[in-house]
Design a protein around this ligand. Structure first.
Ligand SMILES: Cc1ncc(COP(=O)(O)O)c(C=O)c1O
Length: 414
């Protein structure tokens, strides 16, 4: 199967015409499928899935995942509030704090969600403010992995997690304030290319739990990091084999621990990346020497992954597909932002492009809109979610991007 074939090219063109571009389109049914697929990897009976909503906080996608029975991993006060407002219960949400203020700690604690704490300093403050609470402890698994240095969260060069060698200090703080450790957590990185690295992080944390005393433990959380396909020909990770292997590992861990615990994961990208597309219109074709430059009506603040991570996003010329053009040419696809690095693709072979063509940037559902901003005072795009079953659309959610004047109004508002 061609993973990047656009079976819905007419629909994409229609959306671009109806809503204008740039436009984020998300396929709700695909999110449901990904959630079910994710669950099917594991034979262990007690698997908890907490969607890392930092990947995409679109409220319709959150509602879809809520309907499917998914839970939430939130990282800010606003994320917790949004998750509650779209229908998750406080017991469905874990709040993974990082470098938070006392004010944020108080505000989130008032919402009744479980804290996942990643420093001794914050653990001490949390214990002092809320003695006797339930808590999850985030440890640094000391495994360095991820698709780019900026997403590696294990090892010596990261700001995340309590060091494994500080376990005694962490437990001493918990004991001092009567904190009950119900969860232990690790997250090694994002877009992890090899499952052996995920298993190494999981083993490190299970070793820690085995060697220490956690009488109140209910779950072990192994974070996210599940990879998706961004590029034709890229290796597909076999998560079925991984799921079988870690289910067996966790089962045997529970036997030696003496009771059944929940095995928890926090996928972000895996659930939403492939369901998202950024549609843009070509407004400028020009040459710079031999280079064919294609200018589009979006830019890196609307999809920063190519610039931030050097990430590859596949691009299809939807208009050429409709015309059944077969010729391909080499292009640099660039954005409308006043920065040299504002480029979606370099030296990319794409079906012959004309001004006015609609291009589809694939795999844009995770860390796309959510990482966005309004640099150069260009408003974020409109978002559309279409949720359908058996070809029947039952939800079409549109969140309109701001006009230039609305953006200015938000800048000027007090
Ligand atoms: C603590 C934590 N959990 C889960 C995730 C989700 O990662 P991914 O989108 O790679 O699954 C992240 C991503 O940064 C994270 O920091």
């Amino acid at each position: 199967m061609d993973h990047f074939a656009l079976k819905n090219k007419e629909q994409l063109l229609d959306l671009a015409v109806r809503h204008g571009t740039p436009l984020y389109y998300y396929d709700g049914a695909r999110v449901r499928e990904q959630y079910k697929l994710f669950r099917s990897f594991f034979s262990f009976p007690h698997v908890g899935v907490h969607y890392a909503m930092k990947a995409n906080y679109n409220p319709t996608l959150l509602r879809i995942l809520c309907e499917e029975g998914c839970n939430i991993d939130a990282v800010s006060h606003a994320e917790v509030l949004l998750a509650l407002q779209v229908g998750f219960r406080s017991s469905d949400i874990m709040y993974t704090s990082n470098m938070i203020s006392d004010t944020e700690m108080q505000a989130v604690a008032a919402l009744g969600v479980l804290f996942n704490i990643d420093s001794l300093s914050r653990l001490e403050k949390f214990g002092c403010a809320f003695p006797g609470s339930r808590v999850c402890l985030r440890f640094n698994p000391e495994v360095v992995t991820g698709h780019h240095d900026n997403v590696k969260t294990g090892g010596d060069e990261t700001k995340f997690g309590i060091n494994l060698r500080n376990i005694d200090s962490a437990l001493a703080i918990c004991s001092q304030y009567g904190l009950r450790v119900v969860g232990v957590h690790e997250h090694a990185g994002s877009g992890i290319p090899e499952t052996v690295d995920m298993e190494a992080g999981m083993s490190a944390i299970l070793r820690l739990v085995t060697l220490s005393r956690f009488p109140d433990l209910e779950f072990v959380d192994f974070g996210g990091g599940f990879k998706v396909l961004y590029k034709p020909g890229e290796k597909v990770v076999d998560y079925f084999t991984f799921g079988a292997s870690v289910s067996a590992m966790f089962s045997s861990f529970c036997s030696s621990f003496g009771r059944e615990l929940e095995m928890r994961f926090e996928p972000g990208r895996f659930l939403v990346a492939e369901a998202g597309y950024l549609l843009v219109t070509v407004n400028t074709l020009k040459y710079n020497g031999d280079r064919r430059i294609v200018g589009v009506d979006s830019g890196f603040p609307q999809l920063i992954r190519p610039m931030f991570y050097g990430a590859y996003h596949h691009i299809t010329n939807v208009s050429a597909l409709i015309r059944s053009d077969v010729e391909v040419e080499r292009y640099d696809v660039v954005g409308n932002i006043c920065e040299t690095g504002d480029r979606f693709a370099k030296d990319r072979m794409i079906s012959t492009i004309s001004e006015g063509d609609i291009l589809c940037i694939h795999t844009a559902g995770a860390y796309g809109f959510a990482m966005g901003g309004v640099y150069n005072l260009r408003a974020m795009p409109t978002e559309v979610v279409i949720d359908s079953t058996d070809g029947v659309t039952f939800v079409e959610f549109v969140r309109k991007g701001l006009s230039a004047q609305e953006l200015i109004d938000s800048v000027l508002s007090k």
